[in-house]
Ligand binder design. Structure first.
Ligand SMILES: Cc1cc2nc3c(=O)[nH]c(=O)nc-3n(C[C@H](O)[C@H](O)[C@H](O)COP(=O)(O)OP(=O)(O)OC[C@H]3O[C@@H](n4cnc5c(N)ncnc54)[C@H](O)[C@@H]3O)c2cc1C
Length: 467
């Protein structure tokens, strides 16, 4: 049998593509091939001892439409928003916790008054921030790193104390390499339009107010019963037999009889030797895996794909009694600036952020280490990681005793890094892959790592393949 579409990879991108195919071309046949024993890719949940533990992502934004649309279209409404209380996070300064100043949103100082009274910055740092209005605008539209942009406009201290931990943390990235055009293009655009970020914030003061306060958390939701529940729901919306798990694709090739006459165009070979035939082929695997699959077909495309670097990160998840902490845990977590030279990137107070994550009287925390900036931590053994997490929690949060339990979740090579030049690389990948008829590539590596972007990516390529 020849399928009208075969999708390789059953992560959120692949599932979104399959659901789109189902709704847009219900008469056509399709198959999703997933190498592991379950769909969802990095999206997965552990349920243990009354705790709900997200292994990777723990929320998505509804400010971008695509995830919300997918929920609406598939009838999934079991979503909760972040807790209304304690909508703030902490930064570390000289080893002590201090709240992220309310007046700052990503790269925009929107409430200067609050910034100037915040204990986070020195007088010199505050003066340099005020001077941002007079820094000449860079009108050149070429790419620049986050570190370069933020230091140039806001000064070194704001970069080191605020921008690096808050934004570098989202992407687990090295900010000296992270591309502004690929991740935060609105800020260079603001610089060109208004000449200054402070002036841009003043022009749009209502929106800026919201973004710089606890209200910005209104946009974040999570499946009440965990991402595994959400993924199972999506899978249940596809006809039985659409997904094959435990099916690792080992090779792809064009069929000799390629043509537009309904004959198979693609031969997909599974590990073990079984061959599957498809008219159209969609790869939603991580870019490094996609590179290996396409290499025999197109070395140039494979090189471009392999040029997208990936970083790993490790999450040490702990369940503890609430009374083990001297700190009230009255926030959603802590981010650690690199200048503080800590051994962690961040700690998320997961059970403070979302209801129903821990039993009464207990708390769930996720400690992040590694990323692109501290890769050596990903290689440590479980005992060493557990010890680091405990020592950091003792020092920062006044934790006493041992956690009730600990889970270590390792994400080696799972975080695509959007380095300077990424946008151009993705353009090249698009034009190289367009040379192959009935073929497309999608996923987190290209135009956005967040869940909504992955969903958009999966849906958009199916629309393209169908036309
Ligand atoms: C630790 C962590 C925290 C995150 N937090 C957030 C967050 O809070 N909010 C947010 O919006 N985003 C977050 N993200 C990002 C987001 O979760 C991911 O970008 C997104 O889920 C990736 O989906 P994907 O389908 O593109 O890729 P993946 O989930 O990687 O799926 C790819 C699939 O392809 C399969 N595969 C690979 N090779 C083969 C093969 N040869 N044959 C068959 N199948 C194959 C894999 O098994 C996998 O299932 C986080 C990511 C990580 C790692």
């Amino acid at each position: 049998m020849t399928f009208d579409l075969v999708t390789v990879g059953g992560g959120i991108t692949g599932l979104s593509a399959a659901l789109r195919m189902q709704s847009e071309a219900p008469g056509q046949t399709q198959l999703v091939l997933e190498s592991s024993d379950r769909c969802g890719g990095v999206l997965d949940t552990i349920y243990r001892d009354g705790y709900l533990i997200e292994r990777a992502a723990d929320m998505f934004t509804t400010k971008l439409p695509w995830a919300k649309q997918l929920c609406e279209e598939t009838g999934y409404d079991d979503l909760i928003t972040v807790n209304p209380e304690h909508r703030r996070a902490f930064l570390i300064r000289n080893g002590k916790l201090t709240p992220v100043p309310e007046g700052f949103s990503l790269l925009k100082p929107v409430k200067l008054g609050k910034m100037l009274f915040a204990p986070l910055l020195s007088v010199a740092g505050k003066c340099r921030l005020l001077y941002e209005r007079f820094v000449p605008a860079r009108m050149d539209e070429s790419d620049e790193s986050l570190a370069s942009f933020a230091q140039r406009r806001l000064g070194r201290e704001v970069y080191e104390r605020l921008v690096q931990p808050l934004i570098g943390g989202i992407y687990t990235a090295d900010p000296t390499k992270l591309s502004m055009l690929a991740t935060l293009p609105q800020f260079p655009a603001m610089e060109r339009q208004y000449g200054s970020l402070i002036r841009a914030a003043m022009k749009d003061s209502d929106e800026s107010e919201k973004l710089a306060s606890g209200a910005r958390y209104d946009h974040f939701v999570t499946p009440r019963q965990g991402f595994r529940h959400f993924i199972d729901h999506l899978v249940s919306k596809l006809p039985a037999g659409t997904i094959r798990t435990g099916a690792k694709v080992a090779a792809i090739a064009r069929e000799d009889n390629a043509g537009d006459d309904g004959e198979a165009n693609w031969r997909i070979e599974l590990e073990g030797g079984e061959a599957i035939h498809a008219r159209r082929l969609l790869l939603t695997t991580p870019a490094h895996a996609t590179a290996e699959l396409v290499r025999p077909l197109d070395g140039e495309l494979a090189d471009e794909l392999a040029g997208i670097p990936y970083a790993g990160s490790t999450v040490i998840v702990v369940g503890c009694r609430r009374d083990q902490f001297r700190h009230p845990l009255d926030g959603f977590g802590i981010v650690a600036p690199l200048v503080e030279k800590r051994r962690i990137l961040a700690i998320s107070f997961s059970s403070m952020k979302f209801a129903g994550r821990a039993p009464d009287g207990e708390v769930l925390l996720r400690v992040f280490v590694g990323g692109a900036v501290q890769p050596e931590f990903n290689a440590l053994g479980d005992d060493e990681l557990k010890q680091i997490a405990c020592e950091e929690m003792q020092d920062l949060l006044g934790m006493s005793g041992e956690p009730i339990w600990t889970e270590i979740v390792r994400w080696g090579n799972h975080m695509p890094q959007y380095h300077v030049g990424h946008v151009d690389r993705v353009e090249r990948i698009k034009s190289l892959s367009d040379r192959h008829a009935n073929f497309a590539i999608a996923g987190a590596a290209y135009k956005g790592v967040g869940i909504p972007f992955c969903i958009r990516s999966g849906r958009a390529v199916v629309d393209r393949l169908l036309t």
